[in-house]
Design a protein around this ligand. Structure first.
Ligand SMILES: [Zn+2]
Ligand SMILES: [Zn+2]
Length: 61
């Protein structure tokens, strides 16, 4: 087991569910996803929310 790149004290006991990169419990968080994938997902969710809100406005107007 290699130590986490972000937390040298923690071992990479988990694997990211999306990119299969090894990460420690602190990095994986509650979803079992590494911070890099969590960032990517939050960007995707933000884009989807913008598109949905635009189509909602288009429907109302
Ligand atoms: Zn990942
Ligand atoms: Zn970590």
């Amino acid at each position: 087991m290699a130590p986490c790149s972000r937390h040298p004290d923690s071992e990479t006991s988990l694997v990211c569910r999306i990119c299969s990169e090894p990460c420690c419990e602190e990095c994986s968080g509650i979803f079992g996803i590494c911070t890099h994938c969590l960032y990517k997902i939050s960007v995707v969710i933000l884009v989807v929310m913008v598109i949905v809100s635009y189509s909602a406005w288009a429907f109302l107007l």
